[in-house]
Design a protein around this ligand. Structure first.
Ligand code: XUL
Ligand code: CO
Length: 445
């Protein structure tokens, strides 16, 4: 097979001291942390839309990405060649999962039939490469935001005909995901939201969205697709207000429409920031509801207010994420999908490797640090101790729903003014810094 990434061989683990830029410093796929290989903890995935289709254009200028394998046409030959380049990339970087939108992999046709036929042909190509490269599909999804027909939304469009088009597209995208053995399927409400309430019947649109998701669940059952269904929260962009604003909003929507048993969440770091939250907050909200399904691993730029989809390189962020993942006992069907793009100036094919190495090493290190923090135990102990007063008879009776306002009043009268304890926030940050800044242990082999 011809090489698309000439001069790049398989990226190996070189260790923290290694000076080869095209090597992992921390990600040692088979190295064990808490008795489990890193690859199993992290379940990395690369995304097709940024890795293969993002030309690195911005609102002020054309794309800069050099993609020698791509002739720029919408032909099926070009689409198949791209798949070849993608799988060569995956095997060289050592990522064994991926995610895609239907329209990233296969071009739209003149009619619904032609579009579906194109998708089927490329799915066959993906299927072949998955087998020969031993790669799995983490999740598939439908692009319901690019085509002009979705200008006013897809499942929340004021036009019932647009809703029907979206239904057909999702049906086929679920079929494609099922055929490729996908471990999950994502619903990101690209344009499900509004630009102005002056022309929007919000309650009606939300009912339509719930009806749409219910049909997808029914379809999943009908065809026997056993992968997970995820909702991906995002507060704004492209619309002024996106209905799936944040984790709490999504959970509320799912509960209201009795869909919580069928869905979990795919949480993205940059979307959390746009909602005014930390990724840690969003992960805690999702995990508390037993609904932390998967993660889109990226980050925003602190000086930019947009969804910049930077590669995740901040060790505090990756440590925070991996603490939650370890605490929930690891992913079931989900993983860490690099929904991240290179900067416009990083236009050479080799930058795809540098970008993913940076993200994978940052997460590997975050995993090691998180495991050390857990082993050390002080942080968990301090958290536990902070609530020690609740472990007594009174606290237990309140938590069991047995207390009343009257019984608590007599307790308050007897106990007098409560003794308060410091929250020790700065001490806790210093403690985390001891691990993030220190020489965190290596994985065991
Ligand atoms: C957009 C975004 C999407 C979803 C999949 O901000 O994150 O790429 O992850 O549709
Ligand atoms: Co995403």
């Amino acid at each position: 097979m011809s090489e698309f990434f000439e001069g790049v061989s398989k990226i190996e683990f070189g260790g923290p001291e290694c000076d080869d830029a095209l090597s992992f410093k921390w990600y040692d796929a088979e190295g064990e942390v808490e008795g489990i290989p890193m690859r199993q903890h992290l379940r990395f995935a690369a995304c097709y839309w940024h890795t293969m289709r993002n030309t690195l254009g911005d609102p002020f200028g054309a794309g800069t990405a050099r993609m020698p394998w791509d002739d720029g046409t919408e032909s099926l030959e070009n689409a198949s060649r791209r798949v070849g380049a993608f799988f060569e990339f995956l095997s060289k970087i050592g990522i064994d999962r991926y995610c895609f939108h239907d329209r990233d992999v296969a071009p739209a046709g003149e009619s619904i039939e032609e579009t579906h036929d194109n998708l089927n042909q490329i799915v066959a190509v993906l299927e072949g490469h998955q087998r020969t490269h031993d790669v799995r599909l983490l999740w598939g999804t439908a692009c319901l935001f690019d085509h002009p027909r979705y200008v006013h939304g897809a499942a929340t469009s004021p036009s019932v005909d647009v809703f029907a088009h979206a239904a057909s597209q999702v049906r086929r995208a679920i079929d494609a995901t099922h055929r490729l053995g996908g471990e999950g399927y994502v619903f990101w409400g690209g344009r499900e939201g509004y630009d102005t309430l002056l022309n929007t019947d919000m309650p009606r649109e939300l009912k339509h969205l719930a009806a749409f998701l219910r049909m997808a669940v029914a379809y999943k059952r009908e065809i026997g697709f056993e992968g997970a269904f995820y909702l991906e929260p995002k507060p704004k962009e492209p619309t002024t207000h996106q209905y799936d604003f944040d984790a709490a909003t999504c959970l509320n929507f799912l509960r209201e429409h009795e869909l919580l048993d069928e869905f979990s969440l795919n949480i993205e770091t940059n979307h959390a920031t746009l909602a005014g939250h930390s990724i840690e907050h969003e992960l805690h909200v999702a995990a508390a509801a037993g609904a932390l399904g998967s993660i889109d691993a990226n980050m925003g730029h602190p000086q930019l207010g947009w969804d910049t989809d930077h590669f995740p390189t901040d060790l505090y962020v990756t440590t925070a994420v991996m603490r939650v993942v370890l605490q929930m006992g690891g992913f079931e069907t989900g993983g860490l999908n690099f929904d991240a793009k290179r900067r416009r100036g990083s236009f050479e094919p080799v930058d795809l490797f540098h970008a993913h190495i940076a993200g994978m090493d940052a997460f590997a290190r975050g995993l090691l640090i998180a495991a050390e923090i857990r082993k050390d135990g002080r942080l968990d102990q301090m958290l536990h101790d902070r609530y020690a007063s609740w472990d007594g008879a009174l606290g237990r009776s309140i938590e069991a729903g047995e207390a009343t306002l009257e019984s608590l009043e007599s307790h308050a009268m007897q106990s007098g003014e409560p003794a308060l304890q410091s929250g020790r926030e700065e001490l806790l940050h210093a403690l985390v810094n001891q691990f993030v800044g220190g020489s965190s242990g290596a994985a065991r082999r």
